[in-house]
Write a protein that binds this ligand. Sequence first.
Ligand SMILES: [Zn+2]
Length: 68
Amino acid sequence: MRWSACHCRAENYQRVQRQWWMRPVWNRRLYHCQACGEALFIAPTEVLFRRAEEKAVHLGTGTAAAAG
Ligand SMILES: [Zn+2]
């Protein structure tokens, strides 16, 4: 299990139920990365940020392609 996000796209992250000992850690949630199979115990805000970033990059590519 990792305490930081992996290098895969955040869209691969799926929320899973935390184990009992994780519950006192209120600022982190447990995710499962479907790309590399790693369990990630990270802040949900980080996941939201990563997803927004991925979306922005995707949109940026689309704009560049349209311009070019
Ligand atoms: Zn991963």
